[in-house]
Design a protein around this ligand. Sequence first.
Ligand code: FA5
Length: 346
Amino acid sequence: MASINEILDQFKQQLAATTKVADVLNLKAQILGKQGALSEILKGLKDATPEQRKTLGAEANVAKTQIEDLVGAKITTLEAAEINETLLKNKADFSLRDAVMEKGLQAAGMHPVTIVQREIEDIFLSMGFEVLDGPHIEDEWHNFEALNIPATHPARDMQDTFWFEDKKHLLRTHTSTIQVRGMKTRKPPFRFVGPGKVFRCERTDASHEMCFHQLEGMMVGEDVSVGHLIYFMKTLLSEIFKRDVEVRLRPGFFPFVEPGFELDIKCLICGGKGCSVCKQVGWVELLPCGMVHPNVLKAGGIDPDKYNGFAFGLGLDRLVMMRYGIDDIRLIHGGDLRFNSQFKTF
Ligand code: FA5
């Protein structure tokens, strides 16, 4: 009896001194494990009288339950302390922002493209899509060939390219490169979006920049249809604009999709009357899309006889312009803090 109490007291002292979950578990094993102190006492019961066996057995069981309860409580306390420590270490320090403001410097807030990009990522994440990234510097194969645009194809001229001196590397002209990389690294079915900067050697105007943003999307599986494509595009636009917006779907040509479509949005700057953003047409090209061409699936290592899919390449800056009523894309990229700080801040 005395030794059960001793074991228990010693255990309590040692437990109080432990600071790690692993040490608590070791301590428990030293007592309750096969070779543990309490187990040894129980083994010795075979030589005791029936009366002693009864009392000692009962006491040992009470001690065992007590030890298990103490171990459980200690682990809960240690884990809670660990969580609190992590929270303290990772907390955001807003005092820095306040210090900056006190010095008269302006906090710019989040860039409107970032705000809208994150919202779109969340919308697609909630619909089971992954969010992928890809490099700005690409090779010809990822930007053109894998997308069914061979060297001699006139479509290469559709996107004026910034080439590197080696004539093999370029600044990606569209986020469709992310499609190629995404296909190569996963097996169907899959769905992902890939936002990012793209670069084109173009003259700038109210709706054109040399460096702008796109958001690619792709879904591949056994029975993907135009119906899926339209459903996801509609969901995206209604979530972003939180109201009905007028869109039109018309045939569009891109070598990497068949059939291909252009999804235009009624210009929200002029309400469709015509302005410099929509080039007086009343509609803004926003969301080219289509069913992935079999050659593209093949380049991505996917069997086009078994699988099909849709893809789209959203013009992110233009969507931002429509959402906030910005009438010149160059404002988005101008880096003017007076412009940037009009949007949601941290
Ligand atoms: C493409 O870049 C295709 N890769 C999109 C695609 C993906 C089609 C998947 C089918 C399937 P396009 O060159 O039209 O397509 O550009 C896509 C969008 O980017 C346009 O609708 C437009 O909103 C935006 N955009 C194009 N050029 C510029 C520019 N210079 N400045 C700002 N936005 C632009």
